[in-house]
Design a protein around this ligand. Structure first.
Ligand code: C2E
Ligand code: MG
Ligand code: MG
Length: 707
């Protein structure tokens, strides 16, 4: 109390009276009690001082010259700080008119003359204390209002016997309404609630009143302009002694931003940004929940693991934004084909079709199927997806044909939990890819062993170069007119520490998929050229050295630079190096390939088309490639003496080759009859077991000449 007393004693009182004696007496009385006093002798002077000093209380006579107390009082109320200050008017004892008028002028209180001097200061202290409490209340209200504004929070109070709900200004602002002294009617409030949430809100309020319990809900409101906001409301019921509800009060907070942020965070954590599909994390959670139910109810679940075939090629040739576009389209197609699937129980799908498809990353998608009657149903969905994706898609103004490989793993046969099922579906997908893409494949137990073998083979292959496990064999090529060796083809083998000699047919595809083909291809070229130089040094006449080039070396590595480096570092003349390119490698991405081939031609190396006849060469392209040789594939040579079709094809290839000014070499010649046929047919060169199998370097020497 002491402090407060002191605060009040520190107050400034403005004493206004034209009667000097009266004024002095008042001043003296108040000064004596430790108050600060300012004096004015009429209304005009009082207003001046009031403006400068902002007194805490005004004690003013009503009857004064120039400006009377009533007018001064009215004017003070309009001045800054004047609204809440205590103004006490001094009237005559029985001057009832003045007393009446004081109230009308906005006075806080009045005292009558003759003044009761001993009581005056007490009266003033009481008034100062009340005024101070009032000001503090005002300040608190202001603080509360600021706080509510910052928190986007308003409070309301509803006397259940009255129509209107008293609201703080913030409530109006949240609801986008003009503030009204009278508050809001319950109807107006309900009109603002989003129609979809209205019943929930009404039920909650009703239940709260019935049970006399607090409630706390989130719902949406619609502002007069149509904007939708989300609010959080907390309220409680006040009851009378008979436990009958009499009023309710509560708070409403605008939580739109928070909800938005929460949604954004949720989206970032659980959805793929590009396609909007659930990501791996959400998919796993969802599969986990579904399996939980499936276990209890003895239901089947199938996971489809889908990987686009050769998606990388689209990214490489059309650019990443085209790739992104394609992924988005595919997401839509997948979602749609699941939704329209008539195989699945609609009730199962309706609840979760939006979650059934997800993107794991890259070009990999997963689909979860529930409510399957039998395994065949999963196959039907997979087949449907393959069919739909077979349709061309328009991307970046081009018609794109895409296909995919799908692996299927089923619960409970192929795995008990999400992790294992997903892995097994992936393994099945890889199997599908190996057996020719654009298919689906069910998981089987043996696959895991094969996948493991594959994985360990890939790891081992990475180390094969540094451990010098790769070796080159050479197969001679013979000129049919002279019968002399005109070239050698370098064929790589992998001398695996445990598996022995691994044929390129086994590990080259693996190297291509993992990108290891680039360093392996470089190693082969370097080694083969070194070997030819070595033989030259030993006195043998140089012949052409054929090196196989994978299509991946066109895309991944810098083939031209590699060739230049190898020739430079070994010193081999470029005309002795021949690059064997498969038909399918050069028919892809033709324009870029032509540029590279022209560069290579400038360097002076020979270019031949390997396995000719197995791909789809277009004549018009063949003419544009700067080639030297066509290598007729072994599959045609095999049956030339027995199958008239093959004989005809070989004759046609030789004729074609001659018309293009190219040399022909036949691969895989195993018998004398085949050789004779080719000789008669005017094939230029042959290669095959009939002459020699591929040999280690030492053993090739007998095919080389020294003069
Ligand atoms: P390719 O380039 O068509 O090589 C010819 C393949 O036919 C070789 O198999 C060779 O041993 C085999 N061959 C040759 N004459 C006969 C014959 O008379 N009868 C039969 N049945 N086969 C014969 P290989 O060495 O297993 O190589 C297979 C394929 O692996 C090659 O086919 C080539 O495409 C690829 N390859 C081999 N070495 C490399 C390499 O260093 N880099 C790349 N990118 N691919 C390579
Ligand atoms: Mg070859
Ligand atoms: Mg070949």
């Amino acid at each position: 109390m002491g402090n407060k007393q002191y605060d009040i004693q520190d107050s400034v009182v403005l004493v206004v009276d034209d009667d000097i004696a009266q004024r002095l007496l008042m001043t003296e009385t108040l000064l004596e009690k430790g108050l600060h006093v300012e004096e004015a002798e009429d209304g005009v002077e009082a207003l001046e001082i009031f403006e400068n000093m902002s007194p805490d209380l005004v004690l003013m006579d009503v009857k004064m010259p120039k400006m009377d107390g009533f007018t001064a009082c009215t004017k003070m109320r309009e001045l800054p700080g004047g609204r809440d200050v205590a103004i006490v008017l001094v009237t005559g004892l029985d001057d009832f008119d003045s007393i009446e008028q004081s109230f009308g002028a906005g006075a806080t209180d009045f005292i009558t003359k003759p003044v009761n001097w001993p009581l005056l200061s007490h009266r003033i202290f009481y008034l100062l204390r009340a005024s101070k409490a009032f000001l503090e209340l005002r300040q608190n209200e202001k603080n509360l209002s600021i706080a509510q504004q910052i928190a986007c929070l308003g409070n309301w109070d509803w006397n259940l016997h009255e129509k209107n709900i008293t609201c703080s200004p913030q409530i109006f602002s949240i609801f986008g309404l003009e503030p009204q002294e009278s508050g809001l009617t319950h109807e107006v409030f309900l009109q603002s609630v989003h129609p979809e949430d209205l019943k929930h809100v009404q039920d909650t309020v009703k239940k709260s009143l019935e049970q006399r319990k607090k409630f706390s809900i989130d719902y949406r409101i619609v502002l007069p302009g149509g904007a939708v906001r989300t609010v959080h409301e907390q309220a409680e019921v006040v009851c009378d002694q008979l436990n009958q509800p009499v009023s309710m009060h509560g708070t409403i907070q605008d939580i739109t931003e928070r909800v938005k942020n929460e949604e954004k965070i949720y989206d970032l954590a659980y959805f793929d940004e590009l396609t909007g599909l659930p990501n791996r994390k959400l998919f796993r959670e969802h599969v986990g929940q579904t399996l939980f139910v499936a276990r209890r109810e003895g239901k089947k679940v199938a996971l489809l693991y889908l990987d686009l075939d050769r998606f990388k090629r689209i990214n490489d040739t059309l650019g990443h934004s085209a790739g992104d576009h394609l992924l988005k389209k595919i997401s839509a197609v997948l979602s749609e084909s699941i939704r329209s699937s008539d195989i699945l129980a609609k009730s199962d799908l309706a609840a979760q079709s939006h979650l059934a498809v997800s993107r794991l990353g890259g070009d990999e998608f997963t689909i979860m199927l529930t409510g399957l009657a039998e395994e065949k149903d999963a196959a039907r969905v997979a087949q449907r997806i393959l069919n739909v994706l077979r349709e061309p898609m328009l991307i970046a103004g081009q018609e794109i044909y895409i296909s995919c490989s799908i692996g299927i793993a089923s619960y409970p046969e192929d795995g008990e939990d999400a992790e294992v099922l997903l892995k097994n579906a992936e393994v099945a997908m890889y199997h599908g890819k190996e057996s020719g893409r654009n298919t689906f494949q069910f998981f089987s137990g043996q696959m895991t062993d094969q996948a493991l073998e594959r994985l360990s083979l890939e790891t081992a292959l990475k180390k094969a170069i540094e451990r010098s496990e790769l070796v080159l064999y050479y197969q001679p090529q013979i000129d049919l007119s002279s019968g002399k060796t005109c070239g050698l083809e370098a064929l790589v083998r992998w001398n695996h520490p445990d598996l022995g000699m691994v044929s390129p047919g086994k590990f080259i595809p693996l190297a291509e998929e993992s990108g290891l083909i680039v360093p392996i291809g470089e190693w082969v070229m370097q080694k083969a050229c070194e070997q030819m130089c070595e033989w030259q040094r030993q006195g043998f006449l140089p012949v052409r050295m054929g090196v196989n080039i994978s299509s991946h070396q066109f895309r991944l590595g810098d083939l031209v630079a590699t060739v230049r480096n190898v020739l430079k570092s070994t010193g081999l003349e470029s005309r002795y190096l021949e690059l064997e390119l498969t038909e399918s490698a050069i028919m892809k991405n033709v324009d870029k390939v032509i540029d590279i081939l022209n560069e290579l031609k400038k360097i002076g190396v020979n270019l031949s088309v390997d396995d000719f006849g197995t791909g789809y060469s277009s004549m018009s392209y063949l003419k544009r490639f700067p080639l030297n040789t066509l290598k007729i594939d072994r599959s045609f040579v095999m049956d030339i003496t027995t199958d008239p079709n093959d004989a005809a094809i070989i004759k046609a290839i030789i004729a074609l080759s001659k018309s293009l000014g190219l040399k022909t070499i036949a691969e895989g010649v195993e018998t004398e009859e085949q050789l004779e046929f080719l000789k008669v047919g005017q094939c230029d060169e042959i290669q095959g077991f009939f002459i020699s199998r591929p040999l280690p370097a030492d053993e090739v020497k007998r095919f080389l000449r020294t003069d």
